[in-house]
Structures are given as C-alpha cells and as structure tokens.
Design a protein around this ligand. Structure first.
Ligand SMILES: NC(=O)c1ccc[n+]([C@@H]2O[C@H](COP(=O)([O-])OP(=O)(O)OC[C@H]3O[C@@H](n4cnc5c(N)ncnc54)[C@H](OP(=O)(O)O)[C@@H]3O)[C@@H](O)[C@H]2O)c1
Length: 321
C-alpha cells in the first residue's frame, strides 16, 4: 500500500444511538493482517467503507432500552458483530467488508456488539484484543500444563497465543525469521525459539526439543508454505489450528503425511463475544498486557498500515484516536 493509501479522511456529523444502541467515542483502534489485504485490494471492499475491525473507547451516549452499558463505561468491540456464543452456524456481517469498521471518532453500534474492557488495560492495549487475541484464544484452546504449543512467527496472533498458552501452563516453542525478535520471544516466556530461515526443517527441531513427542497444539499462521513442517512437528493426535496464510507461495501439505500424523486440523475463525469475555477474564486474572510495537496518531493511519506491511513490527500496530 502506498503511503497515501486508500484511506481518506471524511467529516461527518456524530451519529445518534437508536433503540438498543450505544454511541462509542473511539479512543484507539488496531491493525490486523486482514486490514492490509483489504486496503491493497486483495479482499474486495465496497467503496467508502470505514476500515478496521478492532477498537476500544468510552460509551458517550446510550439509546432507549440499553441495559448492558452506561455513559462513561470503557468498552471494546467483539470481532464478530452478531456471533455472541455457541457454535457459529453461518458467517455474519464483518467489519470493513460488510459493515463500517472502527477507524472513526464516533461509532454507533448495537449494545450486544460490545464488551467491558479489562480494568488494568489502557485503550491502546484494549484495542488489540477483538481479532488477534480472540483468534489466539481459539487456536490454543485445550492446551494446558504438560502440553507443548508451537507458535509460528512473532505477529499479533502468535504473540497472544504465546501469552495465553503460557498463562494456561503450557510450554511454548516459537519460530521467527529474526534473531532480535527471538530474544523478545524468550523474554515473553518461550522456552525455545527456532529461526525458520536458517532452520527450514524446523519440524524436526521441534520434535528434538520435545523428546520426540512433537507439539500438542500448533498455531498455523503460515498456511500452505508452513503446513508440511507443522505436520512434521505435531504430536501424534495433536491439533494444528489453521489461522492464517502469511506463507502462501509454496507446495502445501502432503495428505499422506497428515494421515500418519493422526492430527486434527481445525480451521479458526476468530471467536464469539463469549470467547472474548472468557479470554478477558484470563487476561485480567493474569494481568496480561498485549505487546504493542508502535502507536500512530489518527491522522497517520495510512502510515501505520505501511509500517505494518513492512513486517518490522513485533506485536501490535495501534492507532490512537
Ligand atoms: N482465522 C482467523 O480468525 C484469523 C484472525 C487473525 C489473523 N488471521 C491470519 O493470521 C495471519 C497472521 O496474522 P497477524 O495479524 O498475526 O499478522 P502479522 O502481525 O502481520 O504477523 C505476521 C508475522 O508472520 C510471521 N511469518 C511470516 N512468514 C512466516 C513463515 N514462513 N513462517 C512463520 N512465520 C512467518 C512473521 O514473523 P517473524 O517476523 O517473527 O518472522 C511476521 O511478523 C494472517 O494470515 C492473518 O490473515 C486469521
């Protein structure tokens, strides 16, 4: 995406909340890989749609019939505006593609689409939770003491997966392309870090590090380009949580190897509002703090997207409103 980007600043009157709706004064929003795909045209988006799926802010006004929140409450949005809990039967409207997102000063939204923000977090931290953190929460589900979790790379989802898996008592092995980022991953609690560039056969390394057992849960953010190594790394009857596709340009998986692995491949699609609330309770209990790389002012949103696209970030790229 060019520095000028496809983001245009537009002045509009502040909206008024209707029945059951809340007016949120947005204080911070955060970027995810999906936003870059939409901004550079890889995902089609209708013209004029407000970008970004993740934000935190303050309730500025409430419409008639609102019971979940009061003026002054600190809130963040659920990534899925209409998936509140239980199994998701069909995809609902998504921010930025189907409905306006959160790169705005004020947003009106149904009260059901919001949750309270963990008290120990500030707005920049709260704004990182709806997409990446809940996705990580879903991806490491089931991991606990005695389990080994493998996280790929040091992007937003993977760092939350590392923190949440550690909080659940699991051991975490991480991969990265950078020695500098490796040191940060160890500081965050990874027991071991493998450089996936200098050790392309990192699946065997994971097996060595786990006495031949392999990783019980793998947070697969690479997709086709990394799945073969994940199959080599996964424990017998382990789980590969398919989250992303940042390494999409290679050969993909060998289904015979996958069959022999006995593993389960589960596709992750963020999480529900109830997942977000469950995760927030754990974040609060463990006083976890999201890893933020850099905060850009609202007016520099296009520069924030370009920065994230450069891949230099370690953790979340945030916009302060
Ligand atoms: N399914 C869902 O619900 C869901 C939700 C959120 C995100 N996603 C997807 O998940 C992926 C990650 O999202 P994100 O927001 O965390 O992105 P991000 O913050 O941009 O992270 C990208 C990171 O991926 C790592 N990476 C790149 N190539 C790699 C490879 N070959 N092997 C291992 N790691 C590699 C890099 O880590 P190093 O710099 O350390 O090498 C890079 O920093 C994206 O594809 C996104 O679309 C899916």
């Amino acid at each position: 995406m060019s520095e000028s980007g496809r983001i245009a600043l537009v002045d509009e009157p502040a909206p008024t909340p209707g029945t059951g709706q809340v007016l949120v004064r947005v204080r911070a929003s955060s970027l995810n890989a999906r936003d870059l795909f939409m901004l550079d045209g890889r995902y089609p988006v209708p013209p004029g749609r407000v970008p970004l799926s993740d934000a935190a802010g303050v309730v500025d006004a409430v419409g008639p019939g609102v019971t979940r929140f009061e003026v002054g409450d600190r809130v963040l949005n659920s990534f899925h505006a209409t998936w509140f809990g239980g199994p998701q039967r069909k995809p609902g409207p998504a921010y930025h593609t189907d409905i306006d997102g959160w790169l705005a000063e004020y947003v009106v939204i149904d009260q059901q689409g919001l949750v309270s923000m963990p008290e120990h977090l500030d707005f920049t931290e709260g704004a990182t939770l709806p997409c990446a953190a809940v996705t990580a929460w879903s991806a490491v589900e089931g991991a606990g003491p005695g389990d080994a979790v493998l996280v790929q790379g040091s992007g937003g989802v993977s760092l939350f997966a590392l923190q949440l898996a550690r909080a659940a008592g699991a051991r975490v092995i991480a991969t990265t392309s950078s020695e500098k980022k490796a040191a940060r991953l160890l500081e965050l609690g990874a027991s071991d870090v493998i450089n996936y560039v200098s050790t392309p056969d990192w699946g065997a390394e994971v097996r060595k590090l786990t006495d031949g057992q392999g990783a019980d849960v793998i947070v697969e953010v690479g997709g086709a380009g990394t799945i073969a190594q994940s199959i080599a790394a996964v424990a017998y009857r382990g789980v590969i949580s398919l989250v992303g596709h940042v390494a999409y340009d290679t050969t993909g998986m060998n289904l015979l190897d996958f069959t022999y692995s006995g593993a389960t491949l589960r596709a992750i699609g963020g999480g529900s509002r109830s997942d977000l609330e469950d995760m927030n309770r754990v974040i609060t209990a463990h006083k976890l703090r999201p890893v933020i790389d850099r905060v850009f002012p609202f007016e520099q949103a296009p520069a924030a997207a370009s920065y994230m696209e450069s891949g230099a970030h370690f953790g979340k790229v945030v916009i302060s409103h």
